[in-house]
Design a protein around this ligand. Structure first.
Ligand code: SAJ
Length: 435
């Protein structure tokens, strides 16, 4: 039976099902469709389904042309009807794993996807969870639900975990050329899942279990969160030492081994780095272990917006201005450069704190035409000399490469730069404070 499924995968006859067509699911659907598979993508958003079936993409890293071609050829079908998944041979679960209000893992999207799968589960099926989650989710939560069907894992169906490694906006590493870690419930599960990914990527790294693969992803993202937290704390230290943290990091980065540069910023955005490590610390708490690094990094990173506001307040005070009544232009609100994603963006925290202290906020972001904060909709202001002249300070929160930073500095009274985006600016450096 396993060979039958492996053969169907190898000769592209296997029908691929993907649940969740977001920044992970849609690129995956495109990769498999482009490899010659028929892919049925399921999502709960009717708007997203209509957009994809009309040949458009709402994901930065997936072009409309790619979607249009695949939908036209019948290789990519988007649906909100789970019955259309009845005939698929493989299912990849690519749904969000946010935190609840009490910072506990919210696995409700995974559970709803698994509930859908129980309705269409049949023999010779491969199910893979891609959503980032705590170690044990696949084996302890998903497997028992699937085996209620009476089908046996490793014999009747195959179950594995393979963490997504999408770096939004990364033009060098995309789904196809990023190695994959794959862990199955049984060795046969790992084998099938490895063959599955080898149809679209160069390297699939087999792991000893689903739990091990779940832990790999959490290590990857905790590594980033903790190192960003460290470098944010170094920024606070350098401020007190009267040192330029950017000069320090760039000099440390000249060490060709044993050092990897991370950079301070206004806080931690995105729906992964601020969130995933708390899946790990939550799990360890249930095992009576307190993951100190994760909590400490989370604390430092989440206080960066307040620190940025303090620095802005001090800079205005030096010129006899207060935040209260100041006109402040925020440059860049997306959670990182050159993308439109606003999820968990620290810019919103900075804006709310400044407004709370009486500032009048304007913003510009070439990728984000409008945003909502304090239940109002605000539109991105056109950058004109007239607008800049009215501002008391320009605050760079996202260092989009689209900006002409010399133009901005020339027309600003003051600049607070939380990303060292103005490092190449020659004129007007006396107006600039950096984090
Ligand atoms: N940030 C800093 N300083 C740094 C690096 C990042 O302040 O030195 C900030 C960014 O501005 C952003 C946040 O951290 O607000 C997260 O940035 P990120 O690029 O680390 O995270 P994501 O969510 O865009 O994408 C990451 C992937 N990024 C990289 O590997 C560079 C990767 O960790 C995961 O594949 C992905 O999250 C995921 O989906 O888990």
């Amino acid at each position: 039976m396993i060979n039958n499924l492996i053969q169907k995968i190898k000769n592209r006859k296997a029908k691929i099902g993907i649940i969740g067509l977001g920044y992970v699911g849609l690129p995956l659907a495109v990769e498999f469709s482009e490899a010659g598979f028929t892919v049925i993508g399921h999502d709960i958003s009717i708007g997203k389904i209509k957009l994809i079936n009309s040949g458009k993409s709402d994901i930065d890293d997936v072009s409309d042309e790619a979607v249009k071609k695949l939908v036209k050829s019948g290789k990519l079908i988007a649906t909100d009807e789970f019955q259309k998944l009845k005939k698929v041979d493989t299912i990849s679960i690519c749904v969000p794993t946010p935190l609840s209000k009490t910072k506990d893992p919210d696995v409700s999207y995974i559970l709803s996807a698994v509930d859908t799968i129980t309705k269409i589960l049949h023999k010779e099926m491969l199910i893979i969870l891609e959503s980032t989650t705590y170690p044990g989710t696949t084996e302890d939560m998903i497997l028992p639900i699937l085996e209620e069907s009476g089908l046996k894992v490793g014999k009747d169906f195959y179950l594995a975990f393979s963490p997504e490694r999408v770096d939004p906006g990364n033009k060098k590493f995309m789904t196809g050329n990023t190695p994959r870690v794959v862990g199955g419930i049984t060795p046969r599960c790992t084998k099938v899942a490895k063959v599955f990914y080898e149809q679209i990527i160069n390297t699939a790294v087999p792991m000893s279990s689903t739990k091990a693969a779940e832990m790999v992803k959490l290590l990857e993202n905790t590594f980033r969160s903790v190192n960003i937290g460290l470098v944010n704390e170094v920024a606070l230290m350098c401020d007190r030492l009267g040192l330029n943290v950017w000069e320090i990091i760039d000099a440390a980065a000249t060490k060709p081994f044993g050092f990897m540069p991370f950079y301070p910023g206004p806080g931690l955005g995105g729906h992964c780095i601020p969130i995933d490590p708390h899946y790990l610390s939550w799990k360890l708490k249930s095992l009576n272990y307190y993951a100190r690094f994760i909590e400490l990094a989370g604390d430092i990173n989440s206080h960066m917006p307040e620190y940025v506001v303090e620095r802005i307040r001090k800079q205005l005070n030096q010129y006899g201005r207060s935040v209260n009544g100041a006109k402040i232009l925020i440059l860049g609100v997306a959670y990182k450069r050159d993308i439109k994603d606003m999820r968990e963006s620290p810019a919103l925290d900075v804006i709310k704190l400044l407004e709370k202290d009486g500032a009048k906020i304007y913003y510009n972001d070439p990728y984000v035409p409008q945003i909502r904060w304090n239940s109002d909709t605000h539109r991105s202001s056109k950058l004109t000399t007239a607008l800049m002249k009215k501002m008391d300070i320009s605050v760079i929160l996202t260092d989009h490469t689209d900006y002409d930073y010399q133009w901005i500095v020339d027309r600003s009274k003051l600049v607070f730069d939380s990303r060292n985006a103005t490092k190449t600016v020659k004129k007007g450096r006396d107006k600039i404070n950096t984090l």
